[in-house]
Design a protein around this ligand. Sequence first.
Ligand SMILES: Cc1ncc(C[n+]2csc(CCOP(=O)(O)OP(=O)(O)O)c2C)c(N)n1
Ligand SMILES: [Mg+2]
Length: 558
Amino acid sequence: MPVMSGKRAFLELLKQEGVDTLFGNPGTTELPLMDALAVETGLRYVLGLSEAAVMAMADGYAQASGRLAVANVHVAPGLGNALGMLYDAQKAGSPILITAGQHDQSFTFSEPILWADLPTIARPFVKWSSEVRRIEDLPRAVHRAAKTALAPPTGPVFLSLPADVLGAEADIDLGAPTRIASRLRGDRAAIEAAAELLAAAERPVIMAGDAVAQSGAHAELVALAELLGAPVYPEGIPNTASFPSSHPLFRGPVSRVAPAIRAMLEQHDLLFSAGGDLFTLSLPSPVEAVPGTLSIVHLDSDPWELGKNYAADVAILGDPKATLPELAAAVGERMSPARRGAAQRRLAAAKETAAAERAAVMAQARAEAEKMPIRPLGLWQLIAELLPANAVVVEESLSSAPGLRRLLRSDDPQSFFGLRGGGIGWGLPAAIGVKLAQPDRPVVALIGDGSAMYTCQALWTAAHDRVGVVFVILNNRSYRILKQRTNAMKGHAAQTDRYIGMDLTDPAIDFVAMARALGVAAERASRLDDVGDLLRRALAGAAPQLIEVELDRSFAPV
Ligand SMILES: Cc1ncc(C[n+]2csc(CCOP(=O)(O)OP(=O)(O)O)c2C)c(N)n1
Ligand SMILES: [Mg+2]
């Protein structure tokens, strides 16, 4: 066995696990690693200037590559700064190994500066959280962490790395990675039971969730939806391209409030959730989202999600790509000629409804496109027209989002990534991670002005590492969604038209100057034509570019 330092062993272990990129922000406790990186050619270090940006870059990279991402932060304050974005990564099920340097173990009892019990801080947000105490345990720890992050349901893991472990030398056996085969096929009896219900349903509806996108099961879900003649909605927080948006059965997302979800579900007698969450809501409601008469068939790779909030008549633990073909075949066997005829009629009707929905949004977008200042829907239509078919969109557009998914083409599972956890500031750095994972695809980030300010430091990384993302800042100079929601409370703010802590004015934030200060070329547009010109030019180039769009600040009562 070779004699090796802990710091060298750590980098070798990461390479064994297929890692080629490290996202990080260093401090004293990470210096052993930074020292080892000085002579390392197989790993690229991507520096983020705040830990929130580091974490979200790693998240975007993990989601867009499906591979293990690694983020390295500095002791307790660094980990603390990363936690909001770690929450988002946990909700998205992103396979990320987060490590933090820790003080020398002989030193920690005296409570040195920056020290805290790191695994305890990270634990609520990860699948596994631990500290490596001996250099001999380092291989086992890293392999276990990587295996756990990538095992379904995927998710982040945390390791604290004390300086004495990284600095020690020992004869170490580096061991080898383990991968848990993820194409888990659902239980046969459960598939048969599900097929009985699906084939007998008279008004079925499908919700497509992130597990479909993650397993690359578009074609498999399309086949089942067409067989059933069922419309397909993206799940409540539609953060992935879980169904091809150009398909005639695709419907725009449902809202995140229970009454609207219920109104949709009341038109159906059976809900098939393919890897979707039922339901992450944003506001409490006296109305239940799911009507009592609805049958539920639920397939997911995460047992926690199955029947979490609403009892499933049949719950299948399985990978969508591996399980859907068997389910479709079992349904097919049960489709009598009469049922097939009914499914054909449903298919035709569902296509018509979806086409009418699309036409209505497009007509509204055309009307909005005439207005000044720029309205979100007019902007979406322009962007949807201009983006090439292989573009990837990263979205954190908050109040501007309505209509976007209906207009945007997101036809492959990697073509769209949105905010899952709700902790804003994710989108701008996540887009950098997405572009690093998919360098050959154009990546466009659609980011609210408020959201952009949480992690705007990441622009420097885009410039420094020449990551050619096109950042579109939706500048309505406000936390517009909070104004909408405060207004809906019909209280003092609505009566007085005063919204405390929600205006980003006086001074207005100059995103063009800010981007240029951080090394990213930037322009401002107040007319759609100008947005179009800037976007065309940005897409033609390879450098990062920021377009600040002056959006309408007003909001209609919701
Ligand atoms: C980390 C974090 N802090 C605060 C919030 C609360 N919050 C939700 S939306 C929002 C404003 C978003 O503003 P912007 O990105 O400009 O979008 P707009 O509402 O204007 O469309 C805030 C502050 C949050 N969700 N996450
Ligand atoms: Mg805003």
